[in-house]
Ligand binder design. Structure first.
Ligand SMILES: Nc1ncnc2c1ncn2[C@@H]1O[C@H](COP(=O)(O)OP(=O)(O)OP(=O)(O)O)[C@@H](O)[C@H]1O
Ligand code: SF4
Ligand SMILES: [Mg+2]
Length: 327
C-alpha cells in the first residue's frame, strides 16, 4: 500500500514533492483476529486505515479481501458500485464520538442510515434492526428517538459502534476508537469490542498510540515509523522479544503498572523524521542508539526473521534488545 500526498507550490500549483504518508506497507489481518497498529503521531496509521477501505484513494498497492461468499476480491479493482457493496463488509469506527455523530439526527437515524443507504431495511424492519443493534452494544433500545447530546461519551462511542455494525460487516478499522474516553469507560468499550468479535467473528485493524491498549486487545501488532512498517509480530513476541530499536524505545516508554519494577527509559534523541523529506538510508538512523555507517546509506529491507516476525533493521539478528516482559 502506498499513499503519497502531493506538496504544491507557487502560482501554478506545481507539485514540488510528496508526503509519503504510507510508503510500501504490507500487512495481513486474519479472520477473527485483531491487528494492532502503533506508532507516533503522523506516522501514517490513519492514512493506512482509510486507504485499506478506499475511504481515501491509495496511490498504489493492492487490497485483497475475502467477502461473505468466501471469494477473494481485489478492492483496488472495484468500480463505484462494487465499492459500495464491499463497504457493507468493511466499516470504520472513529476516535471522537462527539464530532462523528450528527447532532441533529436521532439515534434511530444515525444507526439506521447505512441500512437505508444500502437499501437493506426501512420502516418497522429498520426500527427493529436498530433496536437489536442498540441492545447488542449495551444501549437501552427505548432511547432510539433521542439525540446524541443526551448520551455520555462512552454511550456515544457505543452508538458509533452500532452504526458500524449495522450492515453486518466482517472487518472494522477502529481508529483511536477508545482514545478520547476516560480510562474506566475505555475498559468497557474494549470489552465490548472483544465480545462483539467473539459473537460475530469480526476482524479488526485496531489503531492506537497507546501501547497498553494495543497489548491488551491485539493478536498481532505492527509498528509504523514515518510511513513504513518497521516491525510486525504476534503481540507476545513483539512485547517480549522486539527486534527493532524503535520498538524497543516505544516499549521502554510504556508506563509500568507495578511501581516496584524499575525500568530504564530510552529517551529518543531528535524529532520524528519529516515524511516529506525523510533521512537517507534507514529513516530511524538519526535517532537510533545502535546506528552504523550502513544505516545512513542503505534502507533496510522488511524481512521475516523468524516465523511471523518481520523487521526492517540491518542489525535485527545481532542486537540484544530489551522487551517489556514482567510489566
Ligand atoms: N490530506 C492530507 N494532505 C497532506 N498530507 C496529509 C493529509 N493527511 C495526512 N497527511 C500527512 O500524512 C502523514 C500521516 O498522517 P496520519 O494522519 O495518517 O498519521 P497518524 O499516524 O494517524 O497520526 P495521529 O496519531 O496523530 O492520528 C502526516 O505527515 C500528515 O501530515
Ligand atoms: S537499520 Fe540501523 S539505524 Fe535503522 S533501526 Fe536498525 S540499527 Fe537503527
Ligand atoms: Mg490518526
Amino acid at each position: 500500500m502506498k499513499k503519497y500526498y502531493p506538496i504544491k507550490r507557487g502560482f501554478l500549483k506545481k507539485t514540488v514533492a510528496y508526503v509519503k504518508a504510507v510508503d510500501d506497507v504490507s500487512l495481513y489481518v486474519n479472520e477473527g483476529e485483531t491487528f494492532g497498529l502503533v506508532g507516533e503521531s503522523g506516522c501514517g496509521k490513519s492514512t493506512l486505515g482509510k486507504s485499506l477501505l478506499r475511504a481515501i484513494e491509495p496511490s498504489g498497492g493492492s487490497i485483497r479481501f475475502r467477502d461473505r461468499h468466501d471469494e477473494l476480491v481485489d478492492v483496488m479493482d472495484l468500480d463505484y458500485k462494487g465499492l459500495r457493496d464491499i463497504r457493507r463488509n468493511m466499516q470504520m469506527v472513529f476516535q471522537d464520538p462527539y464530532s462523528s455523530l450528527n447532532p441533529r439526527m436521532t439515534v434511530l437515524n444515525i444507526i439506521g442510515e447505512p441500512l437505508i443507504c444500502n437499501k437493506i431495511a426501512r420502516g418497522e424492519e429498520l426500527r427493529e434492526r436498530v433496536k437489536y443493534l442498540m441492545e447488542v452494544v449495551g444501549l437501552n433500545s427505548r432511547h432510539l428517538e433521542r439525540y446524541p447530546h443526551a448520551f455520555s461519551g462512552g454511550q456515544r462511542q457505543r452508538i458509533g459502534i452500532a452504526r458500524a455494525l449495522a450492515t453486518n460487516p466482517k472487518f472494522l478499522v477502529c481508529d483511536e476508537a477508545v482514545s478520547a474516553l476516560d480510562v474506566s469507560i475505555q475498559a468497557q468499550i474494549i470489552n465490548l469490542f472483544q465480545d462483539l468479535q467473539n459473537e460475530f467473528n469480526l476482524s479488526y485493524l485496531f489503531i492506537s498510540h497507546d501501547l497498553g491498549v494495543i497489548q491488551h486487545i491485539s493478536d498481532r501488532v505492527g509498528v509504523m515509523y514515518v510511513g513504513k512498517m518497521v516491525e510486525m509480530a504476534s503481540t507476545e513476541e513483539l512485547f517480549a522479544n522486539p527486534k527493532h530499536p524503535y520498538t524497543e524505545a516505544l516499549l521502554s516508554a510504556k508506563p509500568i503498572p507495578n511501581p516496584r519494577l524499575k525500568k530504564e527509559r530510552i529517551i529518543l534523541r531528535g524529532e520524528v523524521a519529516n515524511p516529506a523529506n525523510p533521512p537517507s538510508g534507514c529513516y530511524f538512523h538519526p535517532r537510533c542508539p545502535y546506528a552504523q555507517e550502513i544505516c545512513k546509506q542503505q534502507a533496510p529491507e522488511f524481512k521475516e526473521i523468524s516465523s511471523g516476525h518481520h523487521v526492517a533493521c540491518h542489525l535485527a539478528n545481532e542486537l540484544e534488545l530489551k522487551g517489556a516482559v514482567g510489566i
